[in-house]
Write a protein that binds this ligand. Structure first.
Ligand code: HEC
Length: 302
C-alpha cells in the first residue's frame, strides 16, 4: 500500500530532524563553570529545590539516586545524583539547567534563578562528598554605586562592558565580581545575548556576539548592558549604545511586507509550505485512522 510507505517516509524524515537536534554538543564555557551559588545552601533551599525538581525534572530524570530515569530518551538524561552529574561544578549544572538541550527544555524563563540554585542544593544533598565552594560575597552588593560603560573592541571582536564604582576615597575604581548581561533590541522587546558574565579585577566583562546578528540598514545594533541585580541592592542604571556589529539588514515595517506575523497574502512561502505540509499530514493521518476503523467494521459485519 503506497500510502503506508508515504507515512513511513515522513516519519523517517521527522526523526532525522530530531536526531540532528539532539546531536548538538553541550559545552559549558569556562567562565560559567566557575560560577558559584549566590548563597550557602540551606536545608530550606533543599526543600524548595525538591519541590521544583519534582515538578520540572522528575518526569525525565526520575528520583535522584533511584536510577529510574526515562530509559527511552536519547541522549539518556541519567540520574543526577550519580557521579557523571555530581562531578560537575555548580556553575556547570546551573548553566545546563539554564540553557537546556533537546529534549531537555531551556529553564531560563521557566524557573527563576534563585530556584535553579535551590534545585542544585537539593541535588547536592545526595552527594555526601560534596563541599560547597564559598559563595562570592553577594551581600556586599548592597548600596554599591556602579556605573557601566560599553565599547566595541574591534581587534578582539568583542563587546567590552566596564563597571566602575564610587568608593570613599576614589570616584572611579573598577568594580570586580559584578554580574553583567547584555541585550539587543528586537521588534518585540529585547533579547539577551549569551550568558551573564562577571567582571574581572579591571571591572571588565567581555561578550561575544553572533556573527550573523542582524542590524539596521548600516549594520548598527542597539545594545543594552545591565547589572544583574535582581534584588535591587545597587545603585546603577543600564547603558545603551548603538554598535556597528550587525549585518546590514533592511528591515520591513511591521505591517508591510512578508513577515512571519503578517496576513496570509504576505506570509513567506516557507511558512505557507510548512503549514500546508503539517495540515496534509494531520488530516491524512486522521483519514487513515477513520478508513481503518471503517474497514474493521466491515470485516466484523462480514
Ligand atoms: C524532557 C526531559 C527532561 C527534563 C524535563 C529535564 N531534563 Fe535534564 N536532561 C535531559 C536529557 C535527555 C539530558 C541529557 C542531554 C545530553 O547529555 O545531551 C539531560 C541532562 C541534564 C544534565 C546534565 C547531566 C550530565 O550527566 O551531564 C543536568 C544537570 C540536568 N539535565 C538537569 C535537569 C534539571 C535540574 C531539570 C529540571 C529543572 C531537568 N534536567 C529537566 C532531559 C530532561
Amino acid at each position: 500500500m503506497h500510502f503506508k510507505k508515504y507515512i513511513f517516509l515522513l516519519l523517517m524524515l521527522a526523526s532525522t530532524v530530531s536526531l540532528r537536534v539532539s546531536g548538538q554538543t553541550w559545552i559549558v564555557p569556562d567562565d560559567q563553570k566557575a560560577v558559584t551559588a549566590p548563597a550557602k545552601f540551606t536545608p530550606e533551599m533543599q526543600k524548595q529545590g525538591e519541590v521544583i525538581y519534582t515538578k520540572n525534572c522528575q518526569s525525565c530524570h526520575g528520583l535522584p539516586g533511584k536510577d529510574n530515569w526515562v530509559k527511552q530518551l536519547v541522549p539518556p538524561p541519567g540520574d543526577l545524583a550519580k557521579e557523571k552529574a555530581q562531578k560537575q561544578t555548580d556553575g556547570e549544572i546551573f548553566f545546563r539547567i539554564t540553557t537546556g538541550k533537546a529534549p531537555m527544555p531551556e529553564f531560563r524563563n521557566i524557573i527563576p534563578e534563585e530556584d535553579r540554585w535551590s534545585v542544585i542544593a537539593f541535588l547536592r544533598s545526595f552527594n555526601p562528598k560534596y563541599v560547597q565552594p564559598a559563595p562570592k560575597a553577594l551581600a556586599s552588593f548592597s548600596g554599591r554605586i556602579v556605573t557601566l560603560a560599553m565599547q566595541y573592541n574591534d581587534p578582539m571582536k568583542k563587546i567590552v562592558v566596564t563597571a566602575h564604582e564610587k568608593l570613599k576615597d576614589n570616584d572611579n575604581s573598577p568594580a570586580e565580581g559584578i554580574g553583567v548581561m547584555i541585550y539587543v533590541k528586537r521588534y518585540f522587546g529585547s533579547m539577551q545575548v549569551g550568558e551573564m558574565k562577571t567582571t574581572n579585577a579591571r571591572g571588565e566583562a567581555l561578550f561575544e556576539f553572533p556573527a550573523d546578528l542582524p542590524g539596521n540598514g548600516t549594520g548598527a545594533v542597539e545594545v543594552t548592558a545591565r547589572v544583574n541585580d535582581p534584588k535591587n541592592q545597587m545603585k546603577t542604571t543600564p547603558v545603551t549604545a548603538s554598535l556597528s556589529i550587525g549585518v546590514p539588514t533592511s528591515r520591513p515595517g511591521l505591517t508591510e511586507t512578508r513577515a512571519w506575523w503578517s496576513t496570509r497574502a504576505h506570509a513567506p512561502i516557507a511558512l505557507l509550505l510548512t503549514y500546508a505540509f503539517a495540515f496534509v499530514i494531520v488530516w491524512g493521518l486522521i483519514l487513515y485512522i477513520l478508513i481503518s476503523i471503517l474497514k474493521i467494521k466491515k470485516l466484523s459485519h462480514a
